[in-house]
Design a protein around this ligand. Sequence first.
Ligand code: NDP
Ligand code: PYC
Length: 338
Amino acid sequence: MTDTVRLPLDQARALTVEALSRAGLSPEHCAALADTVMAGQIDECHSHGLYRVLGCVRSIREGKVNATAVPEVVDQAPGIVRVDARHGFSPLAFRLGLPLLQEKARTQGVAALAINNCFHFSALWPEVERIAAAGLAALAMTPSHSWVAPAGGTKPVFGTNPIAFSWPRPGPFPFVFDFATSAAARGEIELHRRAGKPIPEGWAIDGDGAPTTDAQAAMAGAMLTFGGHKGSALAAMVELMAGPLIGDLTSRESQIFDAGLGAAPCHGELLLAFDPDLLSGGRAAENAERAEAMFDAILGQGARLPSQRRYAARQRSEATGSVDIPKPLHDDLLALLA
Ligand code: NDP
Ligand code: PYC
């Protein structure tokens, strides 16, 4: 079993900011990135926690990311906010576009935030959770690099293309799901490779199209969609909705733009926010009760809600004031400071 290192939350954050800052990232981006990866680590989403700092630093060093980009927020239409991330990382672009998205959703009932030209490395749940905290429901989606074969095929076309949804609930924990439309996130395969572990069957095929449990062969071959043709269709939807619909790149085009450098994918992200009061004609409270009855029916039979594991991890991390990371990851992060 891999040794782990326990880091107090402030030390983990300081290490993140220092590593990113030494790579040349602006203070505003450092703060937004640190919040995002710390949220992932605190919730024990290891594939999108501190591990992502390594890829972000690599992406900056490869010279494609604009490390000092100042995103431009455009009030495009009554229900549409656009943010041009100007080839910087996505979390700052989201942070700057969020207030106008929320304002528009509250006045229009439905509003869209289209982020363009962003390097995207993060989980989507921190974003839809923020929108739910304002009392709005939300959907988010983004492509990545073409790593995933369509159902019935063997060659990568789609990205791992996550879809996240949030629904505000009483108390601090909204209903949230957030999953890749591939059988697992690529980050999960990378973590298996780093740990020298096989991946589960059904995640990927090798370069010859044969099923594989070898993480390296999977990364060189093609990942598979979850749920066969259903995941494949959802992956295509994400490509279209967060690609051509908002005037941005598909995962294949993002891969071409990368030109073999192995940087984070660069493309767009689409977020939609919904006001439960306006959409229900002022009956949000009554409808919230009906939603809660559905959650009770799920929980009442011993099933769990998505994000329940994550919220439990958050409570543990906050109680101990620390996070645990694998020692090899800690070593790699410290090496970024050398
Ligand atoms: P998982 O398969 O680990 O989890 C998917 C969702 O299902 C989570 O909301 C999880 O909640 C929930 N869940 C898991 N098990 C159960 C269960 N037994 N009952 C109910 N709900 C359950 O996620 P993925 O590997 O697909 O994705 C991981 C992350 O990777 C996501 O956050 C995604 O945004 C990110 N990602 C980002 C990409 C990008 O381009 N930026 C690309 C692809 C993925 P819980 O967390 O509580 O277990
Ligand atoms: O884990 O698939 C993934 C991923 C792609 C971009 C960011 N995360």
